[in-house]
Design a protein around this ligand. Structure first.
Ligand code: DCP
Ligand code: MG
Ligand code: MG
Length: 800
C-alpha cells in the first residue's frame, strides 16, 4: 500500500492493471456463504469496482475517457476522513481519470496513495511511511492534466516545497466582489461545524478554556481596576488616607506586599460542587480524553506527581484513580467575585487584579500603622482574616504569601500553599530564590532560561545566573532583561502594585472554523461578532470611537485545506477601519459600521479563513466627551505607504494589553528585542505563556534576533496552541518595519528562513510524535505562522 517503497507501488499498480473486471462479473453478485466474511468483503469490493467501471464508461460524452487524461492509472487511492472536495467528488474524479478508488484500507498492499486533509497523531504515526497526500494533489493534477509529484502534497511535513498551479494564483488574485464569486462549501458536515453555523461563535468560545482565561484576565483587570479606583477615591474622601501607598510617596517605609491566590482553583470549584470526591485525586480538564490537558489538579493528585498543564495520559499513568471533572466557567467567575469583594475591604493601599484567581495587595499601611510592633505578626493576622472571609463566601481556600516586594510575596505563596499563609523575610527569600531554576522565577520564564543555556548550558539555577554578573547577563539577554534577572536573583523587585496601564481596545477574533459559502453567511457572522464585541464592551463599561474589521484571506498559493483541520493556514490580512460617532454604542451601531467595511473589501468568500472586529479608543460609557465623526481611514497594513507611522508603531500599549493572557505592566525597553516570557500564570505549571517579541531598528544584531526567535519557538512549540497570536502580530509588525521602513527585505527573509529551519528540525524530530496531539497542533500552527510571515513579505514587496 502506500508504503514509501517504489517496489510496493509497482506491485500495486500491476495488481490493478492486470485485474479485469469483466472476468469477475457475475460471481460477486451471488450470495456469500454464511459466516464467510472474507468472501463477502471480496465480493463487495469487486461490486464497488464494477460500479466504478460503469461510472467511468457511461458518463456523458464530456466525461468520457478521451476528455479525461488517465493520469491516475495505476494508482489505487483511499480517502481518509473529511476532505474538500468531498469524498464523493474525489471518488468521481479519480475514477474518471483512470484511478482505482478503494473503499477500504484493509489490505496494506492494495492502496498506493491516501488522501487526507489532516491526520490524527495516531494515524500520523501509523501511516508515516505511506503516501499520505492532501486533496490538492488530485485537484491540481487534474487541473494540470498530469500526475504531479505526490511528495509535494504530502501531509505531515512542512509544505514549503509544494508547487501550486498558476491558475489558482490568478484565480485568487483577481479582485471580484465577494457576492459574485465563491466556489461553495456544500458539505453539510463542514457547515455544521464552521462559522457558517449560527451557533458557532457561542460554541467556539464556550469550549475554549484558554479563551476564557485570556478574556477574563483582560476583563478582570479593567473591571476591578475601575472598582478598586472608585474604592480608593471613596476611602480617601472619608478618611484622610491618601490613595497613594507609602512606597509611592517615597516614604522610607518597608513595603508589605500580599500575594493572594486560590488553591488549585478549578479543582477546588469542582470539589465544592461534588463533595463526595473529597479525599480523592481530582483534576479539571476537557473530558477524560487522553490528549486533554489538565487545567488544574488538587493537592492529593499533586502528591502523586500530577501537575497543572500535564496531559491526561501522563496523569493517569502517575495516578490511575484520578477523577477528571468538567469546566464550570460561570462558577469560577462567582468565586472570583467573592475573592475580589473581600480584597476591596481588606484595607489595602493598592490592589492589582492579576488573574481570575489571583491578586496583589500593597498592605504597607495596614501592617505598619496602628502601633504595630511586629510587621510579620500583623501581616499574618490580616492574611488569616482575608483567607477566612474568602472561604466563608466561596467555600474555596486561598493561600497568601507576604514579602517586602512582589517577587518575594510570590515566592512566599509557593511556601504557603495549600491553604496557608507565609511571611518570608529577605534572607530566607534570597535563599529560596537562589535555588530556583531560572524558569521558575516569577516574572521571567523558560525563554530566559533557554536563551541563557544556549550560550552557557551549565547555567541552570538563579544563583548560577547571578554568578555570571551583570555584563554577561546583559550580553545574553539584552540590557533590560539582564538587569532584571540580576535584580531578581538578588531578591530585588521594584515593581509597584497596581501599576496597570489603561485598556485601549477590545476585540473579538476567530481564526478557526471560518468557512463560508455565501456573502449572507459572512454578514451573519459579522453580526455574531458584533454581539460578542458589544457584550465585552458592556462588561468593561466602555464605549469606543473606532471600529476595525479584520479579515484573514487564504494566501494565493495556500492549499484550500490547511494542514490543520478547518484552521486558517497561510493567509493575508486585510483590515478596514471607521469611526463610531456619538457617545453611546449598541449592537446595531457596530453592525452598521462593520457591514460597509466588508463591502469595501474584495475577496473570494470561500477563501475567508479568519474574521475579527476590534474597537479602539476606548472611553468609559459615562465619559462626556463627544466623539466627532472622522473620515474613514484605512488601517490595512499592506496598503499604501502613506501612513507608515501607524503601521510601524511596534508594540503599542494596546497591543500588549489586548493579549489578555498576560501582559505584565513593566515597561518594555523599546531599544531591545525582548523575548517576553511569563506571566499569565506564574505558578509552577508548564502552562503556555505568550512571549512578546519587541524590536526596533536599534537592534541590528541578527544573531541575537535569531537566538531569541528560536527560544520563542522552542518555548511555545510544545504548548497547545503554539505561539500566541499577539506575539505573532508583533513579529509581523517587526517584519513590516524591516521591509517598509528599513527597506531590509533580506533581513526579513533571513529571519523567516531561520524560523522555518528551526521549525523543520523540530518537525523531523521523531520524539515529537510521541508527545501527540497538542504538539502536532502547535507545530502546524507554527507552520502557518511562518508561511504567513512569508506571505506578508510577499505582499509588501510584490516579489518572493
Ligand atoms: N489555568 C488554566 N490553564 C493555565 C493556567 C491556569 O486552565 N495554563 C486555570 C486553572 C487554574 C486557574 O487557572 O485552576 C488558576 O491558575 P493557578 O496557576 O493559580 O493554578 P491553580 O489555582 O490550579 O493551582 P495553585 O494552587 O498552584 O495556584
Ligand atoms: Mg491558584
Ligand atoms: Mg493563580
Amino acid at each position: 500500500m502506500a508504503s514509501g517503497g517504489e517496489s510496493t507501488g509497482a506491485k500495486s499498480r500491476k495488481y490493478f492493471d492486470d485485474r479485469q473486471v469483466s472476468e469477475e462479473q457475475g460471481k460477486e453478485y451471488g450470495p456469500s456463504e454464511f459466516g464467510n466474511f472474507q468472501q463477502y468483503y471480496r465480493n463487495k469490493k469487486i461490486k464497488l469496482q464494477n460500479h466504478d467501471e460503469i461510472l467511468k464508461n457511461s458518463g456523458p460524452s464530456d466525461e468520457s475517457q478521451k476528455d479525461h487524461p488517465q493520469i491516475f492509472k495505476g494508482c489505487c487511492i483511499y480517502v481518509n476522513g473529511y476532505t474538500n472536495p468531498s469524498i464523493t467528488e474525489l471518488h468521481r474524479i479519480i475514477v474518471l481519470h483512470g484511478g482505482k478508488f478503494s473503499q477500504y484500507l484493509d489490505s496494506k498492499t492494495e492502496v498506493t496513495h491516501i488522501i487526507a486533509s489532516s491526520l490524527t497523531p495516531k494515524k500520523l504515526v501509523e501511516l508515516r511511511t505511506s503516501r499520505v497526500v492532501s486533496p490538492a494533489w488530485i485537484v491540481d493534477s487534474v487541473n494540470q492534466g498530469r500526475l504531479l509529484p505526490w511528495h509535494d502534497f504530502r501531509i505531515g511535513i512542512p509544505r514549503t516545497s509544494q508547487k501550486f498551479l498558476e491558475t489558482r494564483k490568478c484565480d485568487s488574485a483577481t479582485t471580484v466582489p465577494p457576492s459574485e464569486r465563491a466556489p461553495l462549501v456544500t458539505d453539510s458536515r463542514q457547515s455544521a461545524k464552521t462559522a457558517a453555523d449560527p451557533g458557532f461563535l457561542e460554541n467556539y468560545y464556550s469550549r475554549s478554556r484558554l479563551h476564557h482565561l485570556s478574556s477574563w484576565k483582560a476583563e478582570l483587570r479593567s473591571k476591578y481596576q475601575t472598582l478598586i479606583l472608585n474604592h480608593e477615591q471613596q476611602e480617601s474622601r472619608t478618611d484622610s488616607k491618601s490613595s497613594i501607598s507609602p512606597s509611592e510617596r517615597d516614604e522610607p517605609t518597608q513595603r508589605v506586599i500580599f500575594h493572594v491566590d486560590f488553591d488549585c482553583f478549578f479543582a477546588s470549584v469542582a470539589l465544592r460542587s461534588n463533595p463526595e470526591l473529597q479525599g480523592m485525586p481530582v483534576c479539571v480538564g476537557n473530558g477524560g480524553s487522553q490528549n486533554a490537558e489538565i487545567a488544574s489538579c488538587n493537592y492529593i493528585a499533586r502528591k502523586q506527581g500530577v501537575k497543572n498543564g500535564m496531559w491526561m495520559q501522563q496523569a493517569k499513568r502517575l495516578c490511575p484513580d484520578i477523577v477528571c471533572m468538567p469546566y464550570q466557567f460561570e462558577e469560577y467567575e462567582v468565586a472570583s467575585n467573592h475573592l475580589y469583594s473581600v480584597l476591596l475591604e481588606s484595607g489595602a493601599d493598592k490592589i492589582e487584579a492579576v488573574s481570575i484567581d489571583e491578586a496583589l495587595l500593597d498592605m504597607t499601611t495596614a501592617c505598619t500603622s496602628e502601633g504595630a510592633t511586629d510587621i510579620a505578626d500583623r501581616a499574618l493576622l490580616l492574611s488569616q482574616g482575608i483567607r477566612n472571609r474568602v472561604y466563608e463566601l466561596s467555600k474555596c481556600t486561598v493561600s497568601i504569601g507576604v514579602g517586602t516586594n512582589i517577587l518575594q510575596a510570590k515566592i512566599a505563596t509557593k511556601l504557603a500553599k495549600p491553604n496557608g499563609q507565609y511571611f518570608i523575610n529577605e534572607t530566607e527569600a534570597l535563599e529560596v530564590i537562589s535555588k530556583l531554576r531560572i524558569s521558575e522565577l516569577p516574572g521571567l520564564g523558560p525563554s530566559m532560561e533557554s536563551a541563557i543555556q544556549r550560550k552557557s548550558p551549565s547555567i541552570r539555577t538563579v544563583s548560577d545566573a547571578r554568578s555570571l554578573g551583570k555584563a554577561r547577563l546583559q550580553q545574553l539577554l539584552g540590557e533590560k532583561n539582564g538587569e532584571k534577572l540580576l535584580n531578581y536573583s538578588r531578591g530585588i523587585d521594584d515593581r509597584v502594585v497596581g501599576s496597570i496601564s489603561e485598556r485601549k481596545s477590545v476585540s473579538v477574533e476567530v481564526n478557526w472554523g471560518v468557512r463560508f459559502s455565501s456573502i449572507k453567511q459572512v454578514e451573519e457572522f459579522i453580526k455574531s461578532l458584533s454581539q460578542e464585541l458589544y457584550r465585552r464592551l458592556v462588561k468593561l463599561g466602555s464605549r469606543g470611537e473606532a471600529l476595525t474589521l479584520k479579515i484573514q484571506v487564504r494566501a494565493p498559493n495556500a492549499p484550500v485545506d490547511p494542514p490543520k483541520f478547518l484552521g486558517c493556514g497561510e493567509c493575508i490580512s486585510i483590515s478596514r477601519s471607521t469611526s463610531l460617532s456619538g457617545a453611546s454604542i449598541d449592537i446595531d451601531k457596530i453592525v452598521h459600521a462593520a457591514l460597509p467595511l466588508l463591502r469595501k473589501m474584495t475577496m473570494v468568500v470561500s477563501d475567508i479563513r479568519g474574521m475579527g472586529l476590534q474597537i479602539t479608543k476606548l472611553a468609559p460609557f459615562n465619559d462626556d466627551r463627544k466623539s466627532t465623526p472622522k473620515e474613514q481611514m484605512s488601517l490595512d497594513i499592506f496598503a499604501g505607504q502613506e501612513d507608515s507611522s501607524k503601521r510601524n508603531s511596534l508594540v503599542s500599549r494596546d497591543m500588549k494589553f489586548e493579549n489578555g493572557f498576560d501582559l505584565e505592566y513593566e515597561d518594555i525597553d523599546n531599544d531591545e528585542l525582548l523575548s517576553r516570557p511569563d506571566a499569565a500564570n506564574e505558578s509552577d505549571t508548564d502552562a503556555p505563556d505568550p512571549d512578546i517579541v519587541v524590536a526596533t531598528d536599534s537592534n541590528d544584531d541578527t544573531v541575537y534576533l535569531k537566538m531569541l526567535l528560536e527560544a520563542w519557538l522552542n518555548d511555545t512549540a510544545g504548548y497547545q496552541y503554539g505561539p500566541h497570536d499577539d506575539d505573532v502580530k508583533v513579529f509581523q509588525d517587526y517584519l513590516s518595519y524591516l521591509v517598509l521602513q528599513k527597506k531590509n527585505v533580506c533581513k526579513a527573509h533571513d529571519l523567516i528562513d531561520w524560523l522555518r529551519f528551526c521549525l523543520g528540525s523540530r518537525m523531523q524530530n521523531d520524539e515529537m510524535m510521541d508527545k501527540a496531539y497538542y504538539v502536532e497542533e502547535s507545530l502546524y500552527r507554527w507552520l502557518d505562522v511562518v508561511c504567513s510571515y512569508e506571505k506578508d513579505i510577499f505582499a509588501m514587496t510584490g516579489f518572493r
